[in-house]
Design a protein around this ligand. Structure first.
Ligand code: NAP
Length: 275
C-alpha cells in the first residue's frame, strides 16, 4: 500500500478505515471489529475513530480489532470541541485511551473548531505529546483561514470532507496543506450515504473501463493526491475487500477528465463543506 508522509517523516498508509456508527449496537460490535481486522490484514492499518462515535462505543470496537496487534496500527481519535480546553483535553484523552485499551493515540484531532481558544487546545495537545499519550496531533473541519492560525505548529493533519461531489478544498485548502506538509485526511470519501455518488454515470463508466466498482473509483480518485489519506468506513466484508483493492487503481488522464466533466472542480473559493 502506498504511504503518505507526516511532518517529521513517519509514513502512514494512504487508505485507512473509518468507524462512524460502529459500536452503536452491542450485537454488531463483534462483526464490526472483524471487518476492521479484515481491513488490517489487507493493509488498511490506519483506523479513524472519535470519542463522539457511539459515545465512545466505536473506540471500544477499535480496541477489539486491535487486540494482539496494536503495534501494527496507527490509531486516530478525536476530541469534542467542548472538551478542548487545557484541562478538558487530557481528561478526554484519558477516557479515549481507556476505551481504546492502549497507552497512546497515534494522531489526536480536534473534531471541529469550538469555543475554546485554539492556542489552549494546541498547548494541551503538545503536553500530551511530551507525555507520550499522543504521538501526533491535528485538526478536523478546518478551512484555510483556520489553518493559517496553525502555521509553524506541529499540526500533522486536517481531516475534511472530500469526494467527487464535494471538492471545494482543491481550490486553496489542499494546496495550502500540501505546501505546509499537513496531511489531508478525506472523510466520507464515498459521500457517507453513498446512494447518489455511487450511481454517477461518470464514475460508472470509468469503473467499467477498469473492471472495478464506482466506489473503488471514488476512492482511487481521492488518492490521486500524494498527501491525501482516505478513511472509508465499511462494516461489510465485501466492501472492505473492495476498498483495500482501490489503493492499487491508477486512474488515467482520460478517466480524471471524464470525472471532472461530471463532478466539476472548484473555480473559486468555496467555504469548507461539512457533513
Ligand atoms: P463513507 O465512508 O463515505 O461511507 C460509508 C458507507 O459506505 C457505509 O454505508 C458503507 O457500508 C458503505 N460502503 C463502504 N465501502 C463500500 C463499497 N466498496 N461499496 C459500496 N458501499 C460501501 O462515510 P463516513 O462513514 O461518513 O466516512 C468515513 C469515515 O470518516 C467515518 O467513518 C469517520 O471515521 C470519518 N468521518 C469524520 C468526520 C469528521 O468530522 N472528522 C465526519 C464524517 C466521517 P457498510 O458499512 O455496510 O460496509
Amino acid at each position: 500500500m502506498r504511504t503518505v508522509p507526516l511532518l517529521g517523516g513517519e509514513t502512514v498508509p494512504c487508505l485507512g478505515q473509518g468507524t462512524w456508527y460502529m459500536g452503536d449496537k452491542r450485537a454488531s460490535a463483534k462483526a464490526e471489529a472483524d471487518a476492521l481486522r479484515l481491513g488490517i490484514d489487507l493493509g488498511m492499518t490506519l483506523i479513524d475513530t472519535a470519542e463522539m462515535y457511539a459515545d465512545g462505543g466505536a473506540e471500544e470496537v477499535v480496541a477489539m480489532a486491535a487486540a494482539g496487534q496494536r503495534e501494527k496500527l496507527f490509531i486516530v481519535s478525536k476530541v469534542y470541541p467542548h472538551n478542548a480546553s487545557r484541562t478538558g483535553v487530557p481528561a478526554a484523552c484519558a477516557r479515549s485511551l481507556k476505551r481504546l485499551n492502549t497507552d497512546r493515540i497515534d494522531l489526536y484531532l480536534l473534531h471541529w473548531r469550538g469555543g475554546h481558544p485554539l492556542a489552549e487546545t494546541v498547548a494541551a495537545f503538545e503536553k500530551l505529546r511530551e507525555e507520550g499519550k499522543i504521538r501526533h496531533w491535528g485538526v478536523s473541519n478546518f478551512d484555510t483561514d483556520d489553518m493559517a492560525e496553525l502555521t509553524g505548529t506541529a499540526c500533522a493533519a486536517n481531516q475534511v470532507l472530500y469526494h467527487p461531489d464535494s471538492r471545494g478544498i482543491e481550490f486553496d485548502l489542499l494546496p495550502w496543506c500540501a505546501q505546509q506538509g499537513v496531511a489531508v485526511m478525506a472523510y466520507s470519501p464515498l459521500s457517507h450515504t453513498t446512494t447518489r455518488l455511487l450511481r454517477s454515470p461518470a464514475l460508472t463508466a470509468v469503473a467499467q473501463r477498469h473492471g472495478v466498482t464506482p466506489a473503488q473509483v471514488a476512492l482511487a480518485w481521492g488518492l490521486r493526491h500524494k498527501h491525501v489519506i482516505s478513511v472509508p468506513k465499511a462494516a461489510t466484508p465485501a466492501h472492505v475487500r473492495e476498498n483495500a483493492a482501490a489503493a492499487a487503481i491508477a486512474l488515467t488522464e482520460a478517466d480524471l477528465a471524464a470525472i471532472d466533466a461530471a463532478h466539476k472542480p472548484p473555480r473559486r473559493k468555496v467555504p469548507l463543506d461539512l457533513l
